[in-house]
Design a protein. Structure first.
Length: 382
């Protein structure tokens, strides 16, 4: 999800379902002192985001979010410019989730709860004091993990530009059949690295925003999903070629920002989990590609991206928790085997061809995978 977060319609939490819900107005968090160094507790309701302290020392910061409201919620920690330092999504009513974030630099950050998973959220300032060495500065294996994952992100962003350019060319040529065939392929490269794109608060809404997302007045709807609707519902419009050209420009912008990234191991681990949350909140429900129904392409790409992040961290996982790696292998393989059953040629069945039993099986498989993936952040930062 981006800072201008998508509205969740037909949301299928793996254990909770929620209807389309709106965001809430902002209230300040409750500062309750630094405590004993344990997790910072976040009590999220439909109208408030109560945080046990408004500051923490630099280093690994753990938030324990409990959803005491009636709406599925999210929690974010933002740096300047709404750069996402860490997030947890799809927290159903009555559930709790931990977020571990490495914050080596002191300064002012922003916390946000997003009841209903929409809008800018209930925000408040959060102060990080002092400074700390990055884990990658003191641990060679963690440094190798983040460097390896950045190489993966770079290769995917290169392919995103290439395939998006081909897709845009087909739109400009008004070759509808070719554009339709390229749409899910181009999106594959975006979906594999979606947490990276989302970390840039301005880019994700441009590339992947949906029609009913909240936007500032006068800001046009652009990106993949605008062209998806043109191709499958409305027909190509006079400005469709320009929208396609802008999509290529934004994809190139994303690629250009990759070399400047300084990822932490916690970001890799949290990104792996957030990709599975994306599957749960958009792909299993058919909400993501609502016009083309090519959701299973995105589903597969999200899982592949999650697996790539986990694979980069695997040497550290194996050293710290030898039992976790084999379990992750087993669960990733189970999801892949399930998805292979829906292959059709070089692609997948359309979402509209799935049965309720199909989506139930998918939810169960992703739920089973999400459980060990949720342990990765705690393992690699221990």
């Amino acid at each position: 999800m981006s800072p201008v977060t998508r509205t969740a319609a037909g949301l299928a939490s793996l254990t909770v379902a929620a209807a389309l819900l709106a965001g809430c107005t902002s209230t300040a968090p409750t500062a309750q002192g630094a405590g004993d160094g344990g997790p910072i507790t976040v009590n999220a309701t439909d109208t408030a985001c109560e945080i046990s302290t408004a500051q923490a020392p630099a280093g690994n910061v753990t938030f324990r979010i409990t959803n005491a409201g009636s709406k599925v919620t999210e929690f974010y920690l933002y740096a300047t410019g709404d750069r996402i330092m860490g997030e947890v999504e799809n927290i159903g009513p009555g559930l709790s989730r931990d977020l571990i974030v490495e914050v080596p630099d002191g300064g002012t950050y922003t916390t946000a709860c997003k009841p209903g998973m929409s809008g800018d959220g209930i925000r408040a300032p959060f102060t990080v004091t002092g400074s700390a060495q990055r884990a990658t500065d003191t641990d060679a294996e963690l440094a190798a993990a983040t460097a390896g994952y950045l190489r993966y992100v770079s290769s995917q962003s290169d392919a995103l530009v290439t395939k998006t350019s081909e897709f845009a060319a087909a739109v400009s040529a008004r070759d509808v059949a070719k554009a339709k065939s390229l749409f899910p392929v181009a999106r594959t490269y975006y979906e594999r690295i979606e947490p990276i794109a989302e970390s840039f608060g301005d880019l994700d809404p441009k590339l992947d925003g949906r029609e009913d997302d909240e936007r500032d007045p006068g800001v046009a709807w652009t990106g993949f999903h605008r062209l998806e609707k043109d191709l499958w519902v409305d027909g190509l419009k006079a400005d469709s070629p320009q929208v396609a050209a802008t999509l290529v420009t934004d994809a190139k912008d994303l690629r250009g920002r990759i070399p400047g990234l300084k990822l932490t191991p916690a970001e890799l681990a949290n990104g792996a989990k957030s990709l599975l949350d994306e599957v749960a909140t958009g792909k299993i429900t058919g909400e993501e590609d609502r016009y083309s129904h090519t959701d299973l392409w995105d589903f597969q790409a999200n899982v592949e991206g999650s697996q790539a992040a986990v694979a980069a961290l695997r040497p550290v996982i194996d050293a710290k928790d030898p039992a976790l790696g084999p379990l992750l292998d087993q669960r990733f393989a189970a999801v892949d085997t399930l998805l292979q059953g829906y292959r059709v040629g070089d692609g997948y069945k359309l979402y509209t061809q799935l049965t309720p039993e199909d989506t139930k099986k998918m939810a169960a498989a992703v739920d089973a995978l999400a459980e060990p993936v949720s342990k990765v952040a705690g393992t690699v930062t221990a």
